[in-house]
Ligand binder design. Structure first.
Ligand code: AMP
Ligand code: ZN
Ligand code: FE
Ligand code: FE
Length: 272
């Protein structure tokens, strides 16, 4: 069995619709995927329906944004109840806050002479987007000629360390874990930043964190070993996924997968 438990769609900053994602997953030989859009579950229903047709199991997921000392910390929620009142309220707040934050980033860029409009960012995000995010801004910057590529835009203009960066400030990391639990989900720390693990893990465990995202295409072997060891010693679940956003980042769905063995505990905890 091949699984990919971290995928984005046009509901957030991915470039394929939920339907296209599931079709791409089937084509790439994946049996189980989780749609984990930033701060929204809007793509799940459609993805699940297409999944039933194509025999791809779609897990209800989300990647909740949080901020710690001005840095992004992302928490994945698996098997969540998208209709839980706390999740619905959070989703509405996230839409508004992300729009406000994007306007702030556009204003900061303008003050250093980089003229990209909020409308251009919205156009880059397309009609299906529920939440707006930095990759949309990166696309608008490329289209306006301020960067050669998305990654160039991040490196030169809108990365976490840039002048223009405004954190989402939606929740703190413990709050993200608690939100997922309130929505009956399983909270897993996404791509844990190496330098924050020791600092944040005790508090996150106290909040109810259940595991770490161990397997990713960009994790080095030393990181995988470190995260596996932490999971074993703290009795944590292991997850894995590609964090796929679209083919333009160089990989197809299915190029990366985890096996049922690698994420066995998580599947069991979710009743799969
Ligand atoms: P946001 O939640 O709006 O701050 O956007 C976060 C998203 O930006 C991540 O999920 C990635 O898709 C993208 N991202 C962050 N850093 C980079 C980077 N250095 N290069 C390319 N994409 C990035
Ligand atoms: Zn993203
Ligand atoms: Fe992330
Ligand atoms: Fe992601």
């Amino acid at each position: 069995m091949r699984l990919d438990l971290h995928i984005h769609s046009t509901a957030s900053d991915g470039s394929w619709s939920p339907e296209a994602v599931v079709r791409g997953a089937a084509k790439g030989g994946l049996d189980v995927i989780a749609l984990t859009d930033h701060d929204t579950t809007a793509g799940f229903r459609l993805a699940a329906a297409v999944g039933r047709e194509l025999d791809v199991q779609v897990v209800a997921g989300i990647e909740v944004s949080s901020t710690f000392e001005g840095r992004d910390v992302h928490v994945l929620g698996f098997f969540i109840d998208a209709d839980a009142p706390a999740m619905v309220a959070y989703g509405e707040r996230a839409v508004r806050r992300r729009e406000e934050r994007m306007r702030e980033m556009v204003a900061r860029l303008a003050s250093s002479g980089i003229e990209v409009t909020y409308e251009a960012v919205e156009a880059a995000a397309g009609p299906d987007r529920v939440v707006i995010g930095r990759p949309h801004l990166a696309t608008a910057l490329v289209e306006a000629g301020y960067a050669e590529s998305i990654s160039d835009a991040f490196n030169a203009l809108i990365g976490d360390d840039s002048e223009a960066f405004v954190p989402t400030r939606l929740l703190d990391p413990g709050g993200a874990v608690e939100l997922i639990i309130e929505a009956s989900g399983i909270p897993i720390w996404a791509h844990p930043p190496g330098d924050l693990v020791d600092k944040l893990l005790p508090g996150l465990l106290e909040a109810g964190l259940r595991g770490l995202e161990v397997y990713r295409p960009r994790h080095r072997q030393s990181q995988v070993l470190r995260f596996e060891a932490i999971c074993r010693s703290s009795d944590l679940l292991m997850s894995g996924g590609s964090d796929w956003h679209g083919p333009e980042r160089g990989a197809a769905l299915g190029d990366f997968h985890v096996t049922a063995d690698e994420v066995e505990g998580l599947l069991e905890a979710g009743g799969l």
